[in-house]
Design a protein around this ligand. Structure first.
Ligand code: GDP
Length: 529
C-alpha cells in the first residue's frame, strides 16, 4: 500500500461539547463501532480498566469532571480514525485549545434537551480560527428534547454556522421511532435498550413505502408535512461548505442507546478531510508542508506526565504532519538542533499503549520525554522549519507553593517542572529568592497539582497567597537594552519551567510602567515556539 493512500485514509478529529452532552458515551460507541472493544463502558471510569489512564482519575471522579485526555485510534470502513479526547472542564481549556490545533476536523455533540451551551460556543470559536470542518450530533433523542427545528435555528444563530440536517428524528422520548435520512430516503428504525451492543440495523426504504406508513402510524401525515417543511427551510448539505467550515451537517441520535452514531460515523469517514496541509516557518518565511509529503515531520501538542501508573514516565503527543514514522528512525529535534533516534514511540489503539512500528501523516504517536521535549516542538527528517500556531498562554492566577516536609524540595521541584511541561500550569523560579511560584489559568489546576504531587511524587505541598497579578514572557533584540532591563527589573524576573525569562508583575500598573520604561523589550502574554 502506498504511503499516499495510507495518508488518505486518516481521519483525525476531536469531539467538542459542553460537559454532560454525551462526549464520553459517544466516544465509547465510536470505539465499539471500530470493534476494538466488544463491550462499551471502558473509556472513563472504573479503576482497573485498561483505559483508565492514570490514578489521578480518582480526583476526576470526585470532581465529576474529565481531566484526562488521550488518543484513540480505530479502523472503520477502510479508514483509520484518530480520535483525540479533550478535557471537558473549562480550567483545562488551554490543553483543549492545543489539541484542536492537532486535528483536521471536529464532531460537535449537543444535548438535544439543552441546545447550544457555553462551552460549545467557546470551542466553536477556537475551531473557527482555523476553519475546522464540524459535524453536528444532536444527542439524547430518547428523551423529550427541544423542537429539532428550533435547535437547528439555534445552531445557526448562536454558533454562526449554517446547519444542514442529514437525518430527521421521527418523534422523541418515549415516542422516538428512529431517524429518516433526507438524502437516501431511508428510515432507520430505533432499537431501544441496547446500550452496550451494536443494535441490529433495521432500515426501511422509502418514506412512501407501506412499512414506513406502518411504522409512523398516526404520525405519518404529520411527519410528511414536517419533512416538507424541513426540506424547504433548511440548508442542503454542501460538502465544499462543510470542508470550508461554513456549514455543519447535523445528525440526530442517542449515544446512550447507541443509535444514530453509526449513521453519523459512516458519513463522517467519507466527508471529513484527510490530513490537511500545514503552515510552517522557515528562516522567518511562512511555507506550507503538504500532508502527503514523503518526508517525515510532526509537532508536539501535548505532554502528559505519569499517564499510566504502570509506566511512570512522561509522554509527548506528536501529530505526524507529513511522511511516516518508522521504528528506529532518526528525527531532528529542531528547537535544540539535535538528531535523535526514536525506537520506542507508542501508539494509542483504543487507549491502550502499544509500540508503534509505523505511523503516517495524520496519526498521533507518543514519544517518551525525559525533559528535553516541550509543547510546540517540531521534529523533522533534517529540515529546519517549525510548525506555528501552538500557543502557551500566560497564567492569570498565582500561588507560592511550600512543602510540609522541607527535605523533599528536590522532589517538589522535579514534580512541578514535569507537571508544568504539560502546559496547563507553569512553574516560576524568581531570581531574588528561592520561592517556587505556580501559575495557572483556572483555580482547579491548583488542586490538581497538589493532588498529583502527593500521588505521583509523594510530596505534601501547600499554597500561600503571593502578590503577583500577571506574568509576561520577555524578549529583546538589543542585548545592551536587555541587560539594562534585567538589572533594573531583577526583583520582578523569574525563570519558568522551560527556562524562559519571565516578568512577574504585582499589578497591572506595574506592568504598564515596565513596558513604558523599556520599549525595546517585548512583553508577551502568549508564547509560541
Ligand atoms: P460528557 O460529560 O459529555 O462526557 O457526557 P457523558 O457521556 O458522561 O454523559 C453525561 C450523562 O448523559 C450520562 O449520565 C450519560 O449516561 C447520559 N447520556 C449520554 N447520552 C445519552 C443519551 O443518548 N440519552 C440519555 N438519556 N442519556 C444520555
Amino acid at each position: 500500500m502506498s504511503l499516499q493512500s495510507e495518508i488518505g485514509k486518516r481521519r483525525t478529529f476531536a469531539i467538542i461539547s459542553h460537559p454532560d452532552a454525551g462526549k464520553t458515551t459517544i466516544t465509547e460507541k465510536l470505539i465499539l463501532l471500530g470493534q476494538l472493544i466488544q463491550v462499551a463502558g471502558t473509556v472513563k471510569g472504573k479503576k482497573h480498566d485498561k483505559a483508565a489512564t492514570s490514578d489521578w482519575m480518582s480526583l476526576e471522579k470526585e470532581r465529576g469532571i474529565s481531566v484526562t485526555s488521550s488518543v484513540m485510534q480505530f479502523p472503520y470502513n477502510g479508514r483509520v480514525v484518530n480520535l483525540l479526547d479533550t478535557p471537558g472542564h473549562e480550567d483545562f481549556s488551554e490543553d483543549t485549545y492545543r489539541t484542536l490545533t492537532a486535528v483536521d476536523s471536529a464532531l460537535m455533540v449537543i444535548d438535544g434537551a439543552k441546545g447550544v451551551e457555553d462551552r460549545t460556543i467557546k470551542l466553536m470559536n477556537v475551531c473557527r480560527l482555523r476553519d475546522t470542518p464540524i459535524i453536528g450530533f444532536v444527542n439524547k433523542m430518547d428523551r423529550d428534547i427541544r423542537d429539532p427545528i428550533e435547535l437547528l435555528d439555534e445552531i445557526e444563530e448562536v454558533l454562526g454556522i449554517a446547519a444542514a440536517p442529514i437525518n430527521w428524528p421521527m418523534g422523541m422520548g418515549r415516542e422516538f421511532k428512529g431517524v429518516y435520512n433526507l438524502y437516501t430516503d431511508t428510515l432507520h428504525v430505533f432499537q431501544p435498550g441496547k446500550g452496550s451492543v451494536i443494535a441490529d440495523d433495521i432500515r426501511i426504504n422509502g418514506l412512501e413505502s407501506d412499512e414506513a406508513k406502518a411504522l409512523l402510524d398516526d404520525e405519518y401525515d404529520n411527519f410528511l408535512d414536517e419533512i416538507e417543511l424541513v426540506r424547504g427551510a433548511s440548508h442542503e448539505f454542501d460538502l465544499e461548505a462543510y470542508l470550508a467550515g461554513q456549514q455543519t451537517p447535523v445528525f440526530f441520535g442517542t449515544a446512550l442507546s447507541n443509535f444514530g452514531v453509526r449513521e453519523m460515523l459512516d458519513d463522517f469517514v467519507q466527508w471529513a478531510p484527510a490530513p490537511l496541509d500545514r503552515e510552517v516557518e522557515q528562516a522567518s518565511e511562512a511555507r506550507i508542508i503538504p500532508a502527503k509529503d514523503e518526508t517525515f515531520s510532526g509537532f508536539v501538542f501535548k505532554i502528559q506526565a505519569n499517564m499510566d501508573p504502570k509506566h511512570r514516565d512522561r509522554i509527548a503527543f506528536m501529530r505526524v504532519c507529513s511522511g511516516e514514522y518508522s521504528k528506529g528512525m532518526k528525527m531532528r529535534h529542531v528547537r535544540i538542533g539535535k538528531d535523535v533516534k526514536i525506537a520506542d514511540a507508542v501508539s494509542f489503539l483504543a487507549g491502550d499503549r502499544e509500540l508503534v512500528e509505523q505511523a503516517v501523516s495524520g496519526d498521533i504517536i507518543g514519544l517518551h520525554n525525559h525533559g528535553t521535549i516541550q509543547i510546540g516542538d517540531t521534529f523533522t527528517e533534517g529540515d529546519e522549519f517549525k510548525f506555528t500556531g501552538i500557543p502557551h498562554f500566560a497564567p492569570e492566577l498565582f500561588r507560592r507553593i511550600r512543602l510540609a516536609d522541607p527535605l523533599k524540595s528536590k522532589q517538589l521541584q522535579k514534580g512541578l517542572q514535569q507537571l508544568s511541561e504539560e502546559g496547563s500550569t507553569q512553574v516560576f523560579m524568581p531570581q531574588k529568592n528561592s520561592d517556587l511560584i505556580v501559575g495557572a489559568v483556572g483555580m482547579l489546576q491548583f488542586d490538581v497539582v497538589v493532588y498529583r504531587l502527593k500521588d505521583e511524587y509523594k510530596v505534601d505541598a501547600i499554597y500561600e497567597p503571593v502578590n503577583i497579578h500577571t506574568a509576561r514572557w520577555v524578549e529583546c533584540d538589543d542585548p545592551k537594552a536587555f541587560e539594562e532591563f534585567k538589572r533594573k527589573c531583577a526583583d520582578n524576573l523569574a525563570i519558568d519551567g522551560g527556562g524562559h525569562l519571565t516578568y512577574l508583575a504585582p499589578t497591572r500598573v506595574n506592568l504598564a510602567l515596565a513596558e513604558e520604561r523599556h520599549p525595546e523589550v517585548r512583553f508577551r502574554a502568549t508564547r509560541e515556539h
